[in-house]
Design a protein. Structure first.
Lengths: 229, 52
C-alpha cells in the first residue's frame, strides 16, 4: 500500500514538473508577444494560474470544513489546513506578480480598486485562519472553529471572482481578455497548459503537506505513550 | 518597453522563490518530524515502521 502511494506520488510530482516546464516553454517560446503591453503580458499566464490554485485551495478548505462538521474526522481537518497553507502561498504569489504587472501597465504597483482590495482582504482573512488555529489549544475545538471559519472565509473567493463583473474596475477579465488585450488561440493554449501545470503542482504539494500533518499526529501519539517520569 | 523585462523576470523569480520556499519548508519540517519519531520510537523500544 505504502509502495503504491509512493509510486503515485512520484508520478504526480513528475507530471507536475513536466507540465510546469512545458508551460514555461510555452509562455516564452510559443505564446506571441502581446501587441499593446509587450513582453510584460507574459506575467499573466502564471499570475492567473496561481490565482486559480489559490481559489481552488480555498474551495477544498471550504468542502473539507463541511466534511469535518458532518463527519468529525481528523482527516477532513488535515485536508483543510493543508490546503490553506498552499492557497496562501499561491494568493501571495498572485498579489505580488499582479503588482509587478501593474507597474508598467497601469503606472502603479497598487491601486485600491475592487479586485485588488478583495485580494488583499482575502490574504489577511486566511492569515487569520492560521492565527486562529495557533491560538486554540484543544484539538477538537481548534478543528471545529477552523472548519466554520474556513467555510465563512470562502465567501472571499466568489467575491473576488465577481468583483470585476459587479463593480467598475480596471482589472482585466480573463474570460473576455480585457480592454486593450488581444487574446489569440496560442495565448489560450498557453493559459490552459499553465492552469493544468499549477493544478498538478497543487496536488503534489497537498499530498506532501498532508503527509507532514500525519507525521505530526504520529509523533503526538508516540509522545502520549512516553512514560512521564 | 525593454525596461518591462525587469518586471517580467521579477514576477517569474517571485513564482520560483515562493514555490521553492514552500517545498523546502514542507521538506524540512517532515525531516525534523521523522527524526523525532525515530528517536522516540527507539526510546520506547518500538520498531519505526510508521507509514505516513
Amino acid at each position: 500500500m505504502g509502495e503504491k502511494r509512493g509510486v503515485l506520488g512520484l508520478v504526480l510530482a513528475s507530471a507536475g514538473a513536466a507540465a510546469l516546464m512545458a508551460a514555461l516553454g510555452m509562455v516564452f517560446l510559443y505564446a506571441p508577444r502581446e501587441a499593446t503591453m509587450g513582453d510584460v503580458q507574459r506575467i499573466f499566464y502564471f499570475h492567473v494560474a496561481s490565482a486559480w490554485v489559490g481559489f481552488f485551495a480555498f474551495c477544498v478548505t471550504f468542502l473539507a470544513g463541511i466534511g469535518y462538521l458532518v463527519r468529525g474526522e481528523r482527516r477532513w481537518d488535515i485536508l483543510a489546513l493543508s490546503s490553506v497553507e498552499i492557497g496562501l502561498t499561491f494568493i501571495t504569489m498572485t498579489v505580488i506578480t499582479g503588482a509587478l504587472w501593474a507597474r508598467p501597465v497601469w503606472g502603479v504597483y497598487w491601486t485600491w480598486e475592487p479586485r485588488l482590495t478583495i485580494s488583499a482582504v482575502q490574504l489577511l482573512v486566511y492569515v487569520a485562519y492560521q492565527m486562529l488555529r495557533a491560538s486554540v489549544e484543544s484539538p477538537e475545538r481548534r478543528a471545529r472553529f477552523a472548519a466554520v471559519y474556513g467555510i465563512v472565509a470562502f465567501a472571499t473567493v466568489p467575491l473576488s471572482w465577481f468583483a470585476i463583473r459587479w463593480w467598475r474596475t480596471i482589472h482585466p477579465d480573463i474570460l473576455t481578455g480585457g480592454e486593450g488585450m488581444a487574446f489569440t488561440p496560442r495565448m489560450s493554449h498557453t493559459l490552459v497548459v499553465s492552469l493544468l501545470a499549477f493544478t498538478l503542482l497543487y496536488a503534489t504539494l497537498l499530498r506532501q503537506r498532508i503527509r507532514l500533518e500525519r507525521s505530526s499526529d504520529a509523533l503526538a501519539l508516540l509522545r502520549a505513550r512516553q512514560p512521564t517520569n | 518597453m525593454s525596461n518591462n523585462l525587469v518586471y517580467l523576470a521579477s514576477a517569474y523569480m517571485v513564482f520560483w522563490a515562493l514555490t521553492f520556499a514552500l517545498v523546502f519548508s514542507i521538506w524540512a519540517r517532515q525531516r525534523r518530524l521523522q527524526r523525532e519519531i525515530a528517536d522516540l520510537a527507539a526510546r520506547l523500544g518500538e520498531p519505526d515502521d510508521r507509514q505516513v
